[in-house]
Design a protein around this ligand. Structure first.
Ligand SMILES: C[S@@+](CC[C@H](N)C(=O)[O-])C[C@H]1O[C@@H](n2cnc3c(N)ncnc32)[C@H](O)[C@@H]1O
Length: 345
């Protein structure tokens, strides 16, 4: 739910329960009804799923974090069979839905990013606010952030930090990382945060933003392949939604939002350019229409209650009956990055 790490909610070892972000707007955009089957690709603490269950819908709740699935079992048991939890990735949501007997679904929702439980637990290693192992893996499997910073070539690190963290001082950060790791490999979040603090100064106009914010964001996105996942899941949603079905996506930073915005703009397009100077070109028929034109964000009241809602953006579309189209994830906005044990590419 958040790409940022700057607020002070939650304490190490005692994670705050995740507060669902933009819940009213998600409910409105999804319009769940009795008998609907909705895929919640980011089950988390089950905030959205519970709202859909309360409206009488059935839910396939997917999460790549085994802790989220374990903690959701009680809700699953109390759901009279209407909630089915799946430990997996939302990029595979089409396969998960089909494996549960659904060749088409009425809704797909995704609330991208990490949950409060993940961010606020020092042991998960997502945050520079708590000292913990430099991990950041939602799935608790595969290469960790420590593996990346301790072994990747400097030029590849620079590109990851620059592209996925939008860090202007990416080259200085990667230089400092490579120097520090010669002395001792990084093991903890605070070791990395301290090295970054030496080369990225606090912006006096944004004093509450920690200098390590952008580098931590970049590593988290890379380690979890978050942009590949998001782009792939949009294409999967297009394939599995029935005509009239709804796609609702909440994002927390500009890289994710750009992918969702481009996807919906492309899929909702009904005219192929055309101006006084350029002839109209043939374009494929639209596969979605906008439910929400542009994006919606959180109200001042919601941000006051839950500061992590401040960068949330919701975009939504309704599936039309034209066939799904292939998607090139790089054209969709996923940058090409160095491969590392199954990551990047
Ligand atoms: C922001 S939280 C979702 C919170 C949820 N909407 C709620 O109301 O409780 C994001 C969740 O999505 C999961 N997640 C992130 N990327 C995923 C992916 N590619 N596949 C499956 N789950 C993912 C995370 O593990 C996390 O639990």
């Amino acid at each position: 739910m958040t790409g940022g790490d700057g607020d002070k909610s939650g304490i190490a070892g005692g994670p705050a329960r995740h507060i669902p972000v933009l819940l009213d707007r998600v409910r409105e955009a999804m319009a769940p009804a009795p008998g609907d089957v909705i895929v919640d690709g980011t089950f988390g603490a089950g905030g959205y799923s519970s709202a859909f269950l309360d409206a009488g819908a059935s839910v396939i709740g997917i999460d790549r974090d085994p802790d989220a699935i374990r903690d959701g079992r009680a809700l699953e048991q109390a759901s009279d069979g209407r909630l089915k939890l799946v430990h997996g990735q939302f990029v595979d949501l089409e396969e998960h839905a089909r494996a549960l007997g659904h060749d088409a679904v009425d809704g797909v929702v995704m609330d991208l990013g990490v949950s409060s439980m993940q961010l606020d637990q020092a042991a998960r290693g997502f945050s520079f606010r708590f000292d913990g192992p430099l991990d950041m893996r939602m799935e608790q499997d595969g290469p960790s952030a420590a593996d990346v910073v301790n072994t990747m070539e400097r030029k590849d690190l620079t590109r990851i930090i620059g592209m996925l963290g939008e860090e202007k001082r990416a080259s200085s950060v990667s230089h400092a990382i490579c120097q520090a790791r010669e002395e001792k490999p990084f093991e903890t979040t605070l070791e990395l945060a301290r090295v970054i603090e030496k080369v990225v100064k606090r912006n006096p106009k944004k004093a509450s933003i920690h200098p390590a914010t952008r580098t931590f964001q970049a590593l988290r996105i890379y380690v979890n392949g978050e942009l590949h996942q998001a782009a792939g899941a949009l294409a999967a949603a297009e394939r599995i939604l029935r005509p009239g079905g709804r796609l609702v996506v909440v994002t927390f930073h500009s890289l994710e939002d750009r992918i969702v915005k481009r996807f919906l703009a492309d899929r909702c397009k009904t005219r192929g350019g055309g101006s006084r100077h350029m002839p109209e070109v043939d374009i494929p028929p639209p596969t979605f229409e906008f439910i929400v034109k542009g994006n919606q964000d959180a109200s001042v009241e919601e941000i006051t209650d839950n500061p992590r809602a401040r960068s949330a953006r919701l975009r939504a579309g309704r599936r039309l009956d034209s066939p799904a189209r292939p998607l090139d994830i790089h054209e969709a906005g996923v940058p090409r990055l160095a491969s590392f044990h199954g990551l990047g590419g």
